[in-house]
Design a protein around this ligand. Structure first.
Ligand code: F6R
Length: 246
């Protein structure tokens, strides 16, 4: 694994955006796997800036997002489709028909997941997958205990996640109880993986995930088995793995 240590969230974002830019420049019709969450927002902002300067062209790029809440429409401002449109897609020249997020409105979970697996297969697999890291080591919605061999599947959200999400909704009933997520098998099939982390609260999980045992208890630990992973972190998030940095 390659580790890129940066000074700040801004520098982490620029570095991740640089790697993604290189991918888009080298292969204009590449397939990018994308993530939501707070960590990659700065990366998307940087990519938008370079697009606006005329340095990047997304017109042939395909994107595949990691996950979506089951039951939320693309217009719902808590949906991951809405997040991607507002934080990235609406500001670049990507063809929206080539941007994929699991269909939150598909009530038939088996169909939603097999449709999504087909999309991934039909576009020839993911060239570069961008990931964030959950505080408990989750990647996508693959929580501790998730099987390593799964493709896209439906997960039941934990009580604590449902409770935490309830602040964004007017009533508890509206809070999604399930989500569709790309599985670890699919993530591991990406040719290249870039994982972005920032903040002192991620320092322990960075150490556990990348220098601890490979175990489903820490889903991101499986990334130790991938042959092209780049971890891009700010100094706070990498503070407990100083010995491993050159
Ligand atoms: C996002 C996703 C999640 C986040 C993770 C980290 O699509 O699948 O696994 O990457 O929860 O979130 P942040 O970046 O908000 O700390």
């Amino acid at each position: 694994m390659k580790i890129i240590a940066t000074e700040s969230y801004y520098q982490m974002s620029r570095m991740a955006a640089n790697i993604i830019s290189a991918q888009v420049i080298m292969k204009p019709n590449c397939v990018l796997g994308l993530a939501t969450g707070s960590t990659p927002i700065g990366t998307y902002e940087q990519l938008i800036r370079w697009y606006e300067k005329g340095d990047l062209d997304f017109s042939q790029v395909t994107t595949i997002n990691l996950d979506e809440y089951k039951g939320l429409s693309p217009e719902n401002d808590q949906s991951y489709r809405y997040f991607m449109n507002t934080n990235f897609f609406d500001s670049i020249n990507i063809n929206k028909e080539r941007t994929h997020v699991p269909d939150g409105l598909e009530a038939d979970s088996a169909k939603a997941c097999s449709d999504y697996n087909k999309i991934i297969t039909d576009c020839g697999g993911i060239d570069l997958q961008l990931l964030g890291l959950g505080l408990n080591g989750h990647i996508g919605f693959n929580e501790p205990g998730a099987a390593f061999e799964k493709e896209t599947h439906c997960v039941d959200l934990s009580e604590s996640t449902i409770r935490a999400n309830s602040r964004f909704f007017t009533s508890m009933d509206e809070v999604p109880k399930q989500a569709y997520t790309m599985g670890i098998k699919t993530i591991m099939q990406a040719k290249k993986i870039v994982i972005v982390v920032n903040g002192a609260n991620k320092a322990q999980i960075v150490k556990d995930a990348f220098f601890g045992p490979i175990t489903p208890k820490v889903p991101a630990s499986v990334l130790q088995l991938h042959n092209d992973v780049t971890l891009v972190g700010d100094k706070e998030s990498l503070s407990l793995i100083q010995d491993h940095l050159q």
